[in-house]
Design a protein around this ligand. Structure first.
Ligand code: ATP
Length: 303
């Protein structure tokens, strides 16, 4: 149905200009239904998935679906490292900052909401790009949802960065988050009167449980400044450590999906980008990530 509609319909003009191939495919046989196409950007935290998804969405008529299990909730924008409005560059983003932070958004919920978002994006004749670090959500959508593979063809892009380089970057990122208000963001949602409970909703996000002791002692006023400073530094170190563990686990999971489930992932090595500064880093991004990714998506859309 969509193919026939597409054949008669102009591609909806998005807010930015695009240079890639048109997404519509004219097929004269009404009984032949070509699978719709979906791009999936994967990678550990901090590797540049969001940047790549936005770069691609500047090139094609596309919209982005977030697949980070903490960014789906409203609030804690710094802690969960959500893209800012400026970074979004006018590209519509779905499933980001949308759900009650005290609810429990499951992989099943993701599957349902992401499916609806994909359909609505395709109805607008745009390319759905799923981007985020929660691999169990992507797995639930793609492999545990029998319809998905029948309906859609996927192009998996994997932004990879050598682990030691990534660890050093995410540690510095945590310092930047602290500078721009991480502590205050967590303090605002901290409730010293309730039992410490960090197993539901956004309270599971790295950056929240780690701050508990510091904020608890601050609220009770039981410590001197020096002890409080020590607790704060311990919390920041723990956040860094847990972020590095998360990155490592995400990477292992991606390798498992590739090896055991046979996902055909196109690996883009972004390590050079993280070893360079400013202009040179941007050039490395173009050379090692954005340009090869665009070539892969061009081919995927034209095949
Ligand atoms: P699984 O659910 O099987 O452990 P997954 O790949 O779906 O794997 P991840 O996305 O790796 O899960 O997240 C695991 C945990 O890491 C989350 O429960 C949360 O504590 C933390 N986390 C993930 N993303 C973020 C984020 N953007 N900000 C802060 N913490 C996060």
């Amino acid at each position: 149905m969509r193919i026939l509609m597409s054949a008669c319909k102009q591609v909806v003009q998005p807010m930015v200009s695009f240079h890639g191939p048109a997404l519509t495919h004219i097929n004269m046989d009404p009984f032949f239904r070509r699978k719709d196409k979906v791009v999936i950007v994967m990678g550990a935290t901090g590797t540049g998935k969001s940047r790549l998804a936005i770069d691609l969405a500047m090139h094609y008529p596309a919209e982005i679906i977030n697949s980070d299990k903490m960014q789906v909730y409203k609030g804690l924008d710094i802690v969960t490292n959500k893209v800012t409005e400026e970074e979004c560059k006018g590209i519509p983003h779905h499933l980001i900052g949308k759900f009650d932070p005290n609810s429990n958004f499951t992989a099943n919920d993701f599957k349902d909401h992401a499916s609806l978002a994909i359909e609505s994006i395709l109805e607008r004749d745009r390319l759905p790009i799923i981007a985020g670090g929660s691999n169990s959500y992507i797995e639930a959508l793609v492999d545990k949802h029998s319809e998905f593979r029948m309906k859609y063809e996927c192009c998996f892009l994997w932004v990879d960065v050598a682990i030691p380089v990534l660890h050093s970057f995410v540690s510095k990122r945590v310092d930047r988050m602290v500078k721009v208000g991480l502590v205050d963001e967590v303090r605002k949602m901290f409730d010293s009167t309730t039992e410490a409970e960090y197993t539901n909703g956004i309270r599971q996000a790295i950056g929240v449980p780690e701050m508990h002791e510091y904020l608890h002692c601050e609220a009770s006023g039981s410590n001197d400044d020096e002890t409080q400073e020590r607790l704060l530094q311990a919390a920041i170190s723990k956040i860094k450590e847990n972020t590095c563990i998360l990155a490592y686990r995400q990477l292992q999971k991606i390798r498992r999906l590739q090896a055991r489930r046979g996902w055909n992932m196109h690996r883009l090595d972004a390590t050079e980008v993280f070893l360079k500064h400013q202009g040179e880093a941007d050039q490395a991004w173009e050379k090692f990530v954005a340009t090869p990714a665009t070539r892969m998506v061009d081919k995927f859309l034209l095949d």
